[in-house]
Design a protein around this ligand. Structure first.
Ligand SMILES: [Zn+2]
Ligand SMILES: [Zn+2]
Length: 219
């Protein structure tokens, strides 16, 4: 059996954000998830893998995840899907935060499609599910391919950690609820790319994560 999708991680920006190129192996049509910056490098990677960009998917409105979105859309014409509209205030302040954090090329944009919990997005012949996972930001979404048991979770969950909730409109309890009520039910075998750092699985984090392991939350 061949895999329906493949993924390549390309860390971008001074924050080493895990921009991910995912593609449908039948059609070689790709989505770039969270193009925080370094857009020429991402375009080179598409060429190198022989892929056509079909979608730009955004997990949340932070500049290290979304600062290159406008430039990538201008270069390719691909539509922008996500995040959830509750992150509009982050996108609106993108340029201001970019200037402050040493990413002067970060620019705001308007998504072609805002995403809601339960939405489906397509890529080539594959279908992905969207989960609204607030807490780190109020409009954070997660992209999940059920067939491949693969999720891109942005800054919701990391190997051994969870997203920060000390930003404006962050909420710790919302984040814990997002992880335990939206992600865990997808299955222990699901492999995920976090916004920063190495990949893991939900099962691994339920066993060992010091913030959200089952044993920690039961205390
Ligand atoms: Zn973030
Ligand atoms: Zn991040």
């Amino acid at each position: 059996m061949s895999l329906p999708i493949k993924a390549a991680i390309a860390p971008v920006t001074p924050l080493a954000q895990n921009c991910t190129i995912v593609w449908c192996t039948k059609t070689n049509r790709a989505a770039i998830i969270d193009p925080g910056g370094e857009v020429p490098r991402l375009l080179d990677a598409l060429t190198q893998y022989g892929l056509t960009l079909e979608k730009i998917w955004i997990t949340h409105g932070h500049m290290d995840h979304a600062g290159g979105t406008a430039a990538l859309k201008e270069a390719t014409g691909a539509p922008i899907e996500g995040p959830h509209p509750d992150d509009a205030f982050w996108i609106d302040r993108m340029e201001e935060s970019g200037a402050r954090w040493g990413m002067p090329e970060a620019r705001g944009f308007t998504p072609d499609r805002w995403l809601q919990d339960g939405d489906k997005v397509t890529l080539g012949e594959t279908e992905w599910e969207v989960f609204h996972c607030p807490g780190h930001t109020p409009g954070h979404v997660v992209f999940f391919n059920r067939e491949a048991r693969f999720a891109q979770v942005g800054d919701v969950l990391f190997q051994g950690s969870i997203g920060r909730t000390d930003f404006p409109r962050g909420n710790h309890q919302d984040l814990i609820d997002s992880i335990t009520q939206k992600l865990w039910p997808l299955g222990d075998d699901v492999a995920f790319v976090p916004g920063h750092g190495p990949m893991s699985t939900f099962g691994q984090e339920r066993k060992t994560n010091p913030f959200v392991a089952d044993a920690v939350l039961a205390r």
